[in-house]
Design a protein around this ligand. Sequence first.
Ligand code: PLP
Length: 477
Amino acid sequence: MNYLSTRGDATPRRFCDILLEGLAPDGGLYLPAHYPQIDAAELARLRAVHAGQGYAALAFEILSLYIDDIPAADLRRLCEKTYTPEVFGTPGIVPLKPLEPGLFLLGLSNGPTLAFKDMAMQLLGHLFEYELARRGTELNILGATSGDTGSAAEYAMRGKHGIRVFMLSPHGRMSPFQQAQMFSLQDANIHNLAIEGVFDDCQDIVKAVSGDLAFKARYRIGTVNSINWARLLAQVVYYFAGYFQATRRDDERVRFTVPSGNFGNICAGHVARQMGLPIERLVVATNENDVLDEFFRTGVYRVRAAADTLETSSPSMDISKASNFERFVFDLLGRDGAATRQLFAGQLPRQGFFDLGGDARFAQAAARYGFESGRSTHADRLATIRRVHAECGTTIDTHTADGVKVAREHRGGAGVPMIVLETALPIKFAETITEALGQPPERPARFDGIEDLPRRVTVLPADVQQVKAFIARQCDT
Ligand SMILES: *Cc1c(COP(=O)(O)O)cnc(C)c1O
């Protein structure tokens, strides 16, 4: 399989060429040159693989369709190392839980950091270690986090050979649980840098360090952000696993609702649907930061200023623009790289929005690609958490609550299951759960007392030079 850029660069690249990359050289995002098609016989075979051999075997089958530059036996071993009950808490890895007749949660948050990002990041850790060893080189991952991404990256990369992680977070601004999760890691290759500033300061520093090309090359600086194709690909697998659990026959159709921020998670659903998985609708759920809901309602994609991005009680969906969205627009425009470039490198930076509302192809977002959308507010979250607790005896997290709220408004006909992706466990956002239910959520036993563990974190001012000096010291000694 070759990969191309959404902005038209069609230089043939294979999976391992783009694995360690961020953006394509022309500023676009990588996508496979085509989506492998799953016909009825192949779908039946995959269902049997999943039923008989489990999630890791299914992951191997899907990944093999997109990766032809890692020997099959190695790829299978990497999948088996990643998706184990020890790491993901249950033999099924992604259990499907009924909420009410026809409405299900797909449990994606039983990994080490209790958010769905572990599903992809854990695989990425093994892939990176494998590929770096093959090339005889190393990588220093630099990132900024306000919570879920940073901890998922650290837990995936801890102890991995050839990899160091430098994770910047705004000093004192993450939830106590999130701080404890990250800062209690004692692995020598994990470096927590608490920056005296806000999340945007952290992101600016990452951009400045990565923008110093000499420094970047000398210290082999890389990223693991959500535009990485391997992360997206890993997420395609659980759409199949969810489908197989919610249906008995391969001609049944399902709907998915996905709590969305950067459009990574639901973009994986788009890929699964393009491969032929019988998904009737893909429902985008946003919170008050409704950039994506606005697009799917009106055709206008209008990025917000950072200052206009609201801080909500589903913080991992607080985005001003959706960094994976360009992938879907590229497909919507018939894979026209020049047109995609014109929108994302031309109109968007120039005027802050583009409008496809009058474009015939926009109508296909729903009709041909199955997309619908909805939004949720803080009050909706509280009400949904209460209702699911009272009616189903289950406590759901705030992001998942946005999904359940919107899913209820987008149910299909009888016999079409609606599957909501559970993107985090409630303990990560205990404050809002307490506000909704009058009591904090249950804490998994393995997290008892993590706030009291010794911490490994360095506090630095919001200063690019000091961050560079820290990285250099770690790498040069
Ligand atoms: C990252 C995250 C999201 C948003 O996922 P995207 O892939 O950015 O759309 C939603 N919920 C939780 C809990 C997250 O950590």
